[in-house]
Design a protein around this ligand. Structure first.
Ligand code: 9MR
Length: 589
């Protein structure tokens, strides 16, 4: 080597290092500005990322390991997304179909998080989102064999639960005890709430009725994995059996089982406050009737493995329904409760028409008794009363169930099945249309009110509607729009987060979830869906200055911090639609 070259080496090294650093910075900022499903895409499915830019014009897809370009494309025109006030462009790379790990690069902007193209790309997150219910089990140890590094002791035996005076009867006076073990913790707190278990179980049972073959082979590695019942049903049974303990002798169902106040962020076994069952109420009782009616027909197929279960469920369902008809307006009024006062999740609803329609329809489908269908009176208000399901709005679940069993009703004089399916189609068409006009090319954000407490469940529930209509029509535009909302939940959103713990390079890591907060693990319990952007910011007092200007828009109002129970809590009624959306897409793609 000539001396002059030797002299140049330090400069060259400096220059190389400098450009490497510049490149890394470029890459880092790139991943913040490139919003993409961080898990992946199906070989033959649509593929899109959203780039926050007004200048860039081109993008390329590179292999993740050796950065070889496999595709280059043009970005769309710029458009503003009103919910985040960002100017964005779309990068469509649907024509890349070869399996592999890739990144998306935009020169001047940087590179995306890595993602995969392949078959069954969502299988692992889909499975984990169902396994997450196992991690929510109350009253039982979670041994390492099933729970891995999230193993923990049993919490909340719930075998000495006191009857609150609001729920007292002659047989069960105030302060007497009942046994009501098991079930899933509702959310990041340790309450067990019937209303929220209602929509959660209805969603999971609907998935099972829609895709039994796929679910029958799903191995969740739970204690019941070796019995003769599919793991998916075994997991739902864990909560169903608890729900069955919540019915009083007269048929009415307790609204919830909780301590008087929320417990601090301790592990389940250390949360030892007295637990209470509180007030029987109409909404909880009707939700219970709907779930047990649907469960009765599902478990009818397991009458040898679970003798008597299906019959008992139906008896309980009809009894609950009768109670609700006799007590049509018992509202849950938390503020009026005394001795003790109760301050945990209220799930207070102001109208029970939708719950009645759901319960009556499920009972009709299971029993064939026409009076139930007459009670449901669905057809008279199809256009005005049905929307995307949420815990206080459950009647669209009745439409899904009728559509699923539509073969039975083709010649029915009672059920106008065409009116039912047309209504679902109309609702789905609105979502598809708004997705076509959306800067993010997603149904989510059709209306600004999509961004509420638990907004990620709105995205999931929109997806379920679209998938129901895809099943009815076979038209791929519905499947693709549902997949767009799955992309949203896994990273194609204005926060850039994958909202499913454990999945994605930039995923929720610090959810408001007591078991995750209290253990020694750095990693949160996997497979849990964060609530998502919520401009209400009801937790702002406890989160201090963690909310910044970056969080001021409806679609950006999310912080990955345990303080944020209004945007970063997890809940069973948010996981369930993710379970449906991801597993149904896996089953159908
Ligand atoms: O999901 C519920 C949301 O719709 C309500 O606005 C909010 C306030 O009442 O409560 C949410 O549910 C919480 C429940 O009350 C208690 N467990 C945690 C739930 C998720 O935050």
């Amino acid at each position: 080597m000539r001396p002059s070259t030797i002299f140049l080496i330090p400069f060259l090294c400096f220059f190389l290092n400098f450009s490497a650093v510049a490149q890394i910075n470029d890459e880092n900022s790139g991943s913040e500005k490139i919003r993409i499903n961080q898990i992946g895409f199906y070989n033959e499915g649509p593929k899109m990322a959203i780039i926050v830019t007004s200048d860039a014009t081109d993008f390329s897809i590179l292999t993740a390991d050796d950065k070889k370009e496999v595709f280059s494309g043009k970005l769309s025109d710029a458009k503003e997304w009103p919910h985040s006030k960002e100017i964005v462009k779309q990068a469509d790379f649907s024509s890349v179909e070869k399996s592999g790990e890739y990144i998306l690069h935009v020169s001047g902007t940087g590179s995306s998080h890595p993602f995969e193209i392949g078959e069954n790309v969502h299988f692992e997150p889909a499975k984990a989102s169902m396994k997450a219910f196992y991690f929510q089990r109350a009253s039982t140890d979670l041994p390492a064999e099933y729970a891995g590094k999230w193993a923990r002791e049993a919490g909340h035996p719930d075998d000495q639960v006191k009857v609150h005076n609001s729920a007292a009867t002659e047989n069960r006076p105030a302060g007497s005890t009942i046994s009501s073990p098991g079930g899933w913790y509702d959310a990041g707190d340790y309450g067990k709430y019937i209303v929220n278990s209602g929509i959660t179980m209805g969603t999971l049972f609907s998935l099972y009725e829609d895709f039994p073959e796929y679910l029958d082979t799903l191995n969740l590695n739970i204690p019941e994995s070796n019995n003769n019942i599919p793991d998916f049903l075994d997991e739902t049974l864990y909560n169903l059996k608890w729900m069955m303990t919540m019915q009083d002798d007269d048929g009415g169902v307790y609204h919830k089982l909780t301590s008087a106040n929320f417990h601090g962020a301790v592990a389940p076994q250390d949360a030892t406050l007295q637990r209470w069952v509180v007030q029987k109420a109409t909404g909880a009782t009707l939700d219970f009737a709907a779930v047990t009616a649907q469960a009765a027909r599902i478990f009818e197929d397991y009458k040898y493995e679970l003798p008597g279960l299906s019959d008992s469920l139906l008896v309980m369902s009809e009894k609950a329904y009768r109670w609700a008809k006799e007590n049509p307006e018992v509202f849950y009024r938390q503020r009026e409760l005394q001795d003790p006062e109760i301050s945990t999740g209220a799930y207070g609803d102001h109208s029970f028409k939708d719950e009645l329609q759901w319960a009556a329809t499920e009972l009709f489908i299971t029993t064939g008794k026409e009076n139930y269908y007459k009670d449901a009176d669905l057809e008279s208000s199809l256009e005005s009363d049905f929307g995307i399901p949420a815990w206080p709005n459950v009647n669209t679940l009745a439409l899904y169930s009728l559509a699923r069993h539509s073969d039975k009703y083709q010649d029915s004089e009672l059920v106008d099945i065409d009116a039912i399916t047309n209504q679902l189609k109309k609702m789905a068409d609105d979502l598809v249309q708004s997705s076509e006009n959306s800067a993010y090319a997603i149904p989510m954000g059709t209306d600004e009110s999509d961004f509420v407490w638990g907004s990620n469940s709105t995205a999931g529930n929109q997806g379920i509607l679209l998938l129901n209509v895809y099943k009815m029509t076979g038209d791929e535009k519905y499947l693709n729009a549902a997949n767009d909302n799955l992309d949203y939940l896994l990273g194609r959103n204005a926060t850039g987060f994958s909202f499913l713990t454990g999945f994605g390079e930039k995923a929720t890591r610090d959810p408001h979830h007591r078991p995750s907060e209290a253990d020694d693990n750095e990693d949160p319990v996997p497979g849990l869906l964060a609530g998502g952007p919520n401009p209400g910011q009801q937790d702002i007092a406890g989160c201090g200055d963690k909310y910044t200007a970056a969080h001021k828009h409806p679609a950006t109002s999310y912080i990955d911090d345990r303080c944020s129970y209004a945007s970063n809590e997890i809940a069973i009624n948010w996981n369930a639609p993710f379970v449906y959306l991801s597993n149904a897409i896996e089953a159908m793609r």
